[in-house]
Design a protein around this ligand. Sequence first.
Ligand code: ADP
Length: 383
Amino acid sequence: MPNVFSSVKNRSPVKNDLDSSGNALSQLTFEMLGLEDENRTLRQILTSSSDPILITTKEAKIVYVNPAWEKLTGYSFDEVIGENPRILQSGKTPQRVYKKMWRTLIQCKTFTSDEVINRKKNGTEYQIRASIYPVIRNDEICYYVELQHDITETKRLDDLRKEFLSVSAHELKTPITVLKLLTQSHLNKAKKQGTDTIKAQELELIDRELDRLIRLINDMLDSSRFETGKQLMTFEETDLVDITKRTVEKFKIYARNHKITIHKLLPQALIIADPLRIEQVLLNLLSNAVKYSPDETTIVISMIKRASRYVVSVKDKGVGITKNRQNLIFDRYYQVKTKSKIGFGLGLYISKEIIKRHKGKIWVVSKKGKGSVFYFSLPSSNL
Ligand code: ADP
């Protein structure tokens, strides 16, 4: 492998030999890279790209940076030629990112990461989405081309959004808990006195609406904890059959306008799980089945064992979901627009995250206008 750096440096006094970017060194570097005159278009792309570009030898010596890279980092072309890109390291990029980068590049594959935090010449830190492509000649890696995209501002706004979501959910929780306690206390009194049924009905309505608000706030908190990896779970050996029976019984109280039936259960289904979280998944699926299907229709729950996994299904005869939306509905905040029904589009996202942390899978089979069957599977603990 020729030392591109030294050949470029040795010839650097050719100050009058300027190319279209006004840089004699880059003109020579283009020659070293094999981008001579006939590759003018490619050269123009490199020099005029608004995204920063860095090219190194396979020994990680910088041989080229474009004007956008100079602008982002504050280093000039002359200053960094021959240096190792290490000069940009802030110490804040997780070591695993570098390990993965070398593992990927050695296999001649493209490496991409959103987690690289670098430091500019003036000491300011910035975060990039880095994509590194190995350039292969004669079956050998000869250069690495790195495209960088500054995502500092996007990350900052994203962190603000997460913080806002989490703080507002916390702040809402206290007053709503107080309202819930007061409502229940008045409701109990009204029921005991047994005189003013209108008042009791109104209080019951307030109580139910408060329950919905509490569920929404909990969803906001859960979603932000899953996003930041702060969601804690307590795993233990537990029986999925018990969880299913318990959850369905609990849910029937809320779903008075639908028929909820358990079609098939196994005698026992031992799993390693956080029982409250699995209950939450099942409740989400059941409440969606009710939300998105007409009153008086039936919702059917079943459980089977497939290989070493238990599969639970919740089937409704509701509005159904078109094929192109079936994957999207598990994304955070994704909702199909409907006239009614309060919700944030978080239920299925949270369910997917919970099931993922249990090494399980969640999916849907549905036909628009015909209804949906939501499935989740969990590994049996008797492996
Ligand atoms: P939300 O119900 O608050 O909108 P979810 O994440 O639970 O949020 O669901 C996302 C979207 O998936 C819903 O807006 C709805 O369009 C669709 N969906 C979920 N469950 C069903 C179902 N059983 N039948 C039809 N559509 C459903």
